[in-house]
Ligand binder design. Structure first.
Ligand SMILES: *Cc1c(COP(=O)(O)O)cnc(C)c1O
Length: 457
């Protein structure tokens, strides 16, 4: 096989995989998992035929994948992939551009500018915002909050980029009790400390309780609010938080983690959830969750002009002078993949109404699943406002038994979470493929698995 035949063959195998997704159960079977042992080979001493490597991936790797690109996977908040995103990914990989600087990839730079403009447009966020494409919401949160750290400290007379945080004026960091676990990781990474935070109590949906926001603060304040609580999908009261912050300090920054929930901004029927969300200074979201592009794609959006550049610019003698958008001077990465290309391709294909429908369809599916399961003796623990359904079947213990049965059954996949210290199950509708019929099917499979268990007392 020559190089071109090899690539045709790889593309054919990839496309066959995609063609098979709907017919496969959400969970690979035991035999497929056991065959993964075929990868336990010693490192070859000498070159091997490249088609052997690809064959192993296809025959051993592919069958053991979770079918998260199909319509029946509801685990975590894992998105699927639009065909146009996958197609764009084929091209991005073939181009293998370094998207760090326009001089390295004029195409990546152009598509960054267009994707930036369209994103801000479809999400109705301030049009002058800077946008950086990173690996996921964890790094997008860290990037936005690093920019916040440096700007807050600069205004307090400290240059954190040069001098670090030892001896710096302290920043008060305020988060909600239900902040996503990775936000603490992001805070740790940027030197603010995952546990050195004021945690504000939350209501029964995980929303910040504004009556409990701290008073008598002094010095710089960074607040991290949330659009889309990871279990309930709930939105913090942004207007109240923004008002409180303005009153509390003249050196504040409001950041919003909207890993999946930020996309609610694109749906005109959900404006009640997002009131005041545009008043933040920065927002983090994911492309690989609800927008259904391939991994790994996170998006950092910062409205404060120049803040990403202040934090991420790096200088070297061989770098050309500024010309167009320089991704390496606005993100933690230097060399980087052109992640914006898939985002551009999906937005180009869906258009404004298509993104709104993506949000509506998943949210309608979630609503339907909640309704059907409520009628099958399940407790729906959340107000289903977007794509997340939080459930319990009898007790926490019975819910654990049920989850094991659902995962053994394998036709659909959803997982456990902790809610108020006890096990619950979470159904996240994040795949563009999940239709109303698929949602009905999923609810019926879950109810059928429940009927196989001993009756609840
Ligand atoms: C998934 C998620 C994150 C982390 O995103 P990654 O893309 O996995 O880095 C952060 N916050 C929330 C609310 C999430 O749902």
């Amino acid at each position: 096989m020559n190089d071109i035949e090899l690539l045709h063959d790889a593309a054919r195998q990839a496309i066959e995989y995609v063609a098979g997704t709907d017919a496969r159960p959400a969970m690979p079977d035991e035999a497929a998992l056991a065959r993964l042992d075929a990868f336990d080979e010693p490192l070859p001493e000498a070159p091997t035929d490249p088609s052997d490597a690809l064959r192993l991936l296809s025959e051993v790797g592919g069958p053991a994948t979770m079918m998260s690109t199909g319509p029946n996977y509801f685990g975590f908040v894992n998105g699927a992939t639009f065909p146009v995103a996958l197609g764009a990914a084929f091209l991005v990989n073939a181009w293998d551009q370094n998207a760090a600087l326009p001089v390295m990839s004029p195409t990546a730079a152009k598509l960054h500018d267009v994707a930036r403009g369209w994103l801000l447009d479809v999400l109705s966020l301030p049009g002058h915002s800077d946008v950086g494409f990173v690996t996921g919401a964890t790094v997008a949160n860290a990037s936005c909050m690093a920019a916040a750290r440096d700007e807050l400290l600069e205004r307090a007379g400290w240059n954190a980029k040069s001098d670090g945080l030892f001896g710096a004026p302290p920043i008060t960091v305020v988060i909600g009790q239900n902040t996503h676990s990775t936000v603490r990781k992001s805070l740790g990474l940027i030197g603010l400390g995952g546990d050195r935070v004021l945690k504000v109590p939350t209501d029964n949906q995980g929303r910040i309780d504004c009556t409990q926001l701290p008073t008598n603060l002094s010095g710089p304040v960074l607040v991290c609010a949330q659009a889309g609580e990871v279990n309930t999908g709930a939105f913090d009261p942004f207007d109240e938080i923004a008002d409180w912050l303005t009153a509390a300090t003249d050196n504040g920054w409001l950041h919003v983690d909207g890993a999946f929930g930020l996309w609610a901004l694109a749906d005109p029927s959900r404006t009640h959830l997002v009131e005041g969300l545009h008043r933040a200074d920065s927002w983090a979201t994911d492309g690989h969750k609800w927008l259904n592009v391939t991994y790994d794609c996170g998006i950092a959006i910062v409205a404060r002009k120049g803040a990403l550049r202040r934090t991420f610019a790096s200088v070297a003698g061989y770098l050309p002078p500024e010309h167009g958008f320089e991704a390496m001077h606005h993100t933690p990465q230097s060399s980087q993949r052109a992640r914006q290309v898939e985002v551009w391709a999906v937005l180009r294909t869906l258009g404004r109404s298509g993104v709104a429908q993506l949000v509506q369809r998943a949210s309608d599916a979630a609503q339907l699943i909640a309704e059907r399961l409520r009628n099958a003796d399940f407790d729906v623990l959340n107000d289903v406002v977007i794509n997340q359904v939080l459930l319990r079947y009898g007790s926490a213990a019975a819910t654990e038994t049920l989850l094991a049965e659902i995962q053994r059954d394998g036709r659909i996949w959803c997982g456990a979470t902790q809610w108020h210290g006890e096990t619950a199950m979470r159904v996240s509708v994040s795949s563009w493929k999940t239709t109303v019929d698929d949602a009905t099917h999923a609810a019926d499979v879950i109810a059928e698995c429940a009927r196989r268990l001993p009756p609840l007392d």
